[in-house]
Design a protein around this ligand. Structure first.
Ligand code: UDX
Length: 443
């Protein structure tokens, strides 16, 4: 099939590459010429395992190309996927839909043949119906430019895998034709036995916001338990393991610590609550406000714990932050809990050095006040305190005895409860964990 992908950010670039991998002819469209140049010459604009290889394969096969011209995209595709961003509006909790509307407004006037436009972006419920009306009004082909909604559930770091082998495919359609077209688009994925859920537009939009809200709630639930554990000397990891054995609860997304960040969960729960308020049912989602508050409180709790480890103040102390991305296997620093903590500590007068295997370039340009250091050893040299805030594998592989020779004082706060605490304690480190007692330093 001939497919266009409009918006080549995280979602769009991965979708375009994976659709070409699935055997379709794909044209990616973006207004950002630098991004299109990079993709056209085989450079992925962000770090995502597996993406560069599939991008190169797609370009070499001749089935994948990129353009900045909406008219070219409109003429090319039978199916047009909308993959533009829906960030949080400045000064509000609601989603900013301007890029989505702009994408439809630039594509629609060029649609002279019947086609299917498929939204993938995460949107407030009701957006798809509004866009369907706009499309029919602006497209020369009228209502034969049909709209469907097909939310995306990919996780950064596993984006290629999640797109080619998703847990489920959800499509919101208004007729059988759209469903048949989407079944054809996803034929290779369906052949793997992937569950297929076909529903109306509103339910499809809601599936995505409900899923992300549930995940965020799980994380904040376990972090609330971590606060109770800290007040009582109990161990949140053992608690999570124990409740997680109940298949109705499940162990995944119950890792307590610094909480969630990134370009999706925080803004999606806020936009969902804001949309419910617009619909007059805000109280049904008031709990998402608490989920957000619990999540943000983990950041101040981490700063408080770090200050306490240093004996009460940050002024004149050197603090090293390990990890700046919002999660490992990504270079994404959007709403990164770790960077937020680093900035709060710097604002209290500490000299903050940060390290990350992939996110330093992004951190450097966004936060020139932080000292970004390329090697872990140099970042740790002379530190009064280490903060482990993004759980990259590389940090779990550090030798605590060797790291102790780099720092000024062997103090460590593990904000992700991911390091082997007894090994660090055995090497003489004073430790602080979130939601569990730390072993005492040995020697
Ligand atoms: C999320 C959803 O998982 C995905 O389905 C959706 O399509 C987009 O939003 P992503 O933003 O890539 O994906 O990150 P995710 O893996 O969900 O992690 C989000 C945050 O939660 C990270 O900051 C992570 O560190 C944190 N987290 C995750 C925890 O604090 N504890 C956990 O147990 C799991």
């Amino acid at each position: 099939m001939r497919i266009t992908v409009i918006g080549t950010g995280y979602l769009g670039a991965v979708h375009a590459v994976c659709m070409a991998q699935a055997g379709h002819e794909v044209l990616g469209l973006d207004l950002d010429a630098a991004k299109i140049d990079a993709l056209s010459s085989g450079r992925a604009p962000f770090f995502e395992p597996g993406l560069p290889e599939l991008l190169a394969e797609g370009l070499a096969s001749g089935r994948l190309a990129f353009t900045t011209d909406p008219a070219e995209a409109a003429a090319f595709g039978e199916v047009h996927f909308l993959c533009v961003g829906t960030p949080q509006q400045p000064g509000s909790n609601a989603a900013d839909l301007r890029y989505l509307h702009a994408a439809v407004e630039s594509l629609a006037p060029h649609l002279h043949r019947p086609c299917l436009v498929v939204g993938k972006s995460t949107v407030p419920v009701g957006t798809a119906a509004a866009l369907a009306a706009k499309l029919a009004e602006l497209a020369p082909v009228g209502a034969e430019a049909e709209l469907a909604w097909n939310p995306e559930f990919l996780r950064e770091g596993f984006a290629v895998e999640d797109t080619l082998r998703p847990d489920r495919l959800v499509v919101g359609v208004t007729g059988e034709h759209a469903e048949a077209v989407l079944r054809e688009v996803y034929a290779p994925v369906l052949a793997l036995g992937t569950p297929w859920i076909s529903t109306d537009l509103a339910t499809a939009e809601l599936v995505k916001t409900a899923a992300n809200s549930f995940l965020a709630t799980k994380i904040s639930f376990i972090n609330a338990m971590a606060e109770i554990c800290d007040a009582t000397g109990a161990d949140v990891t053992t608690l999570a393991d124990a409740i997680g054995h109940d298949a109705r609860i499940g162990r995944r997304f119950l890792d307590a610590g610094l909480g969630f960040g990134g370009g999706c969960l925080p803004k999606d729960i806020r936009a969902f609550h804001a949309r419910a308020q617009e619909l007059g049912v805000g109280s049904a989602l008031d709990f998402l406000g608490h989920v957000d508050t619990i999540n943000l409180r983990q950041r101040t709790r981490t700063v408080d714990a770090a200050r306490e480890l240093l004996g009460g103040g940050f002024a004149g102390r050197q603090v090293t932050v390990l990890g700046v991305t919002f999660k490992p296997d990504s270079d994404d620093i959007r709403d990164s809990p770790s960077l937020h903590v680093a900035r709060m500590i710097a604002a209290e007068g500490a000299e903050v050095r940060v390290h990350d295997p992939e996110g330093l370039a992004n951190a450097k340009s966004a936060h020139p006040e932080l000292e970004c250091v390329d090697s872990v050893e140099d970042a740790c040299a002379g530190a009064d305190l280490l903060l482990h805030l993004t759980p990259w594998r590389q940090y779990r592989e550090l030798d605590p005895a060797e790291v102790a020779t780099w720092v000024r004082a062997p103090r460590l706060l593990d904000g992700r409860n991911a390091l082997d605490a007894s090994r660090w304690a055995a090497a003489g480190w004073t430790l602080r964990l979130l939601g569990k007692p730390a072993p005492s330093p040995v020697g």
